[in-house]
Design a protein around this ligand. Structure first.
Ligand SMILES: Cc1cc2nc3c(=O)[nH]c(=O)nc-3n(C[C@H](O)[C@H](O)[C@H](O)COP(=O)(O)OP(=O)(O)OC[C@H]3O[C@@H](n4cnc5c(N)ncnc54)[C@H](O)[C@@H]3O)c2cc1C
Length: 545
């Protein structure tokens, strides 16, 4: 006898959307019986569920069931079970915290309350490192007020907006948690999110999402926990400069005064252009990286459901349909990104004189429209250096597009929009009709020629992509779908170079992390990177006295 595996995952269970939970579990029991094991000694529960909509007349749920044994199984029985097709052992990677012995001259400072900064500060606080956590923006409630004022009146708060403030860029989002990184820490992140109020279904869905309404509650609770564990949370505190001393201490100059600290985590997100500028001026190794730019497209969610689910459209077990499409034109990729079923397009500017669009949904995803970015890849060679610096050129590239959208929109943070039919034909004949834009409730949009927002290769690739995607998803390029510009903040334009130990090259007390540093893309991967940054710091330092 041995203590080994007592949890098995039974996959490959394909059922109709009408199947009940019990029917799914019964299919798993049948599979286990083939291993000649008493199923009465196993506890079964649904582990993961995804939708296979490749054939719209035969949409299926694809399920994985977890079977837990109440008894310790012999090696022979375990081996027999694991020989069954579609059965594998569930292995978990526990968080492996090791603490170093280098002394910390003061508390660690974490800059940024997005997923990276929050998860970094949470782990540091829980392990006794008493971090100070700052963000240039407001707490969730005040930030919501600032964002709503911007939507209503067009008054932009450059420090507290869709990009900046408690929870970071994803607070006003669909809260999609799917990530392409294959990292064992993802489960830890999801479990902690559930602990702080996210629905438990995120643990079982193949494409989990939280929704902006629930995410706001989760962020508040995480911040409360950080404070309860000895962390200190300061809002409206913007990092302006860093001075590093030979004794290993750092002085962070902020809008709230100087903060002496032992080390600094830069979890600043991809919109902190002034902070990038400061780091470049201070000789940090900051490199330009490829980005993507494009538009948001809006359809009726009901049309997308019909196109993907056929007769199953609207089935409660499926929820609103999602898609992800891609193609290449020459050397440029064009792809859909960050689809928000039942969502709305949000005004995501953080700088004066620029219009930025993005998407968000509530947990219920019950809005009339579906929206999604259609983005074209941009290479580092597309950037013109500014003052001889390509990283600054990458930022200037994004800014130029945002400013063009601002001026096309009329200069009052209205978004320029165009129907897909007109965009493809290069005309300006129609107003939105069947599909109404949702940017600032549709009250602040202006019909315009969106090709004027982008370099010609982006416009050409967008047209190519729309036509290509229409062949893959019927109706994608329907004439009355609505485009809005400009989608520019899909990822960080630069990377703040760091070593294997998480430390910025040449700046051992500074830890760049998350999306802004160029090492993550999306909520879950940024959170994982924040977690790993905390692990790096703890492996080096003993907790401060
Ligand atoms: C509208 C919208 C919808 C999105 N939807 C999704 C989605 O559904 N799923 C998904 O995975 N991703 C989504 N994203 C992307 C996702 O939000 C980011 O990938 C993620 O938030 C990055 O996390 P981060 O912690 O690295 O940075 P951020 O979340 O950007 O956080 C950085 C924080 O640092 C603060 N900061 C910056 N500079 C300073 C400074 N100098 N001093 C103090 N504070 C500073 C900012 O105020 C900000 O709060 C969306 C983004 C937006 C804008």
């Amino acid at each position: 006898m041995s203590q080994g595996v007592t949890q098995f995952l039974i996959g490959g269970i394909r059922v109709s959307p009408d199947a009940s939970n019990e029917q799914i579990l019964e299919r798993a029991r049948q599979k286990m019986k083939r291993a000649d094991i008493s199923v009465a000694s196993l506890h079964f529960r649904l582990y993961k569920k995804s939708v296979d909509a490749r054939h719209r007349d035969d949409v299926r749920l694809v399920c994985t069931v977890l079977a837990e044994s109440e008894e310790v199984l012999s090696d022979a029985v375990r081996a027999r079970v694991l020989r069954q097709p579609d059965v594998r052992a569930l292995t978990r990677e526990e968080l492996n915290v090791t603490k170093g012995d280098e002394s910390m001259n003061g508390r660690p400072l974490v800059v940024g309350m997005g997923p990276a900064g929050l998860f970094c500060a949470l782990l540091l606080a829980e392990q006794g490192y008493a971090p100070i956590l700052i963000d240039r923006g407001d707490c969730v409630a005040d930030r919501v007020r600032a964002v709503e004022r911007f939507f209503r009146e067009g008054v932009l708060d450059t420090q507290s907006n869709i990009q900046f403030g408690a929870g970071g860029a994803g607070t006003f989002s669909d809260g999609k948690l799917l990530t392409r990184i294959n990292d064992a820490h993802c489960t830890y992140i999801l479990e902690r999110l559930v602990e702080f109020g996210a629905p438990a279904e995120i643990l079982t869905r193949a494409k989990p999402h939280i929704g902006t309404d629930v995410l706001r509650v989760v962020v508040d609770r995480m911040l409360e926990r950080i404070a309860a564990c000895g962390g200190e949370v300061r809002y409206r505190t913007c990092l302006h400069a860093l001075t590093e001393y030979a004794d290993g201490t750092v002085l962070a100059a902020t809008s709230g005064g100087d903060i002496p600290c032992s080390s600094v985590v830069l979890a600043i997100g991809n919109a902190a252009r002034d902070t990038y500028q400061m780091l470049i001026t201070r000789q940090f190794a900051v490199e330009a990286k490829p980005i993507s730019v494009g538009v948001r497209i809006e359809h009726l969610q009901a049309d997308i459901d019909r196109a993907l689910y056929g007769n199953f459209a609207g089935h409660p077990a499926l929820g609103p349909a999602e898609y992800a499409l891609s193609d290449t034109r020459g050397e440029r990729g064009v792809y859909t990104f960050c689809m928000c079923p039942g969502g709305e397009v949000v005004a995501a500017a953080s700088e004066e004189g620029g219009v930025v669009v993005n998407g968000m949904s509530h947990h219920a995803r019950d809005g009339v429209n579906a929206n999604c970015a259609v983005a074209v890849s941009v290479r580092v060679s597309d950037f013109e250096p500014v003052d001889g610096n390509v990283a600054l050129g990458a930022i200037a590239y994004q800014r130029r597009i945002e400013q063009a959208a601002f001026s096309l929109g009329g200069g009052n943070y209205s978004a320029p929009i165009q129907t897909v039919g007109d965009f493809l034909d290069g005309t300006l004949k129609s107003e939105p009709s069947r599909i109404q834009p949702t940017y600032r409730e549709g009250a602040f949009v202006r019909v315009a020629d969106l090709s004027k927002t982008f370099p010609h290769y982006v416009t050409d690739s967008l047209r190519y992509g729309l036509r290509s995607f229409d062949r893959k998803l019927a109706g994608f390029a329907c004439a009355d779908a609505v485009l809005s510009a400009a989608e520019t903040r899909t990822s960080a334009p630069v990377r703040i170079m760091r070593g294997e130990n998480g430390q910025a090259i040449g700046h051992p007390c500074v830890y760049p992390c998350g999306e802004g540093a160029g090492y993550a893309g999306g909520i879950t991967s940024a959170a994982v990177d924040g977690l790993k940054t905390a692990l790096h710091m703890m492996a080096r330092f003993a907790p401060p006295q």
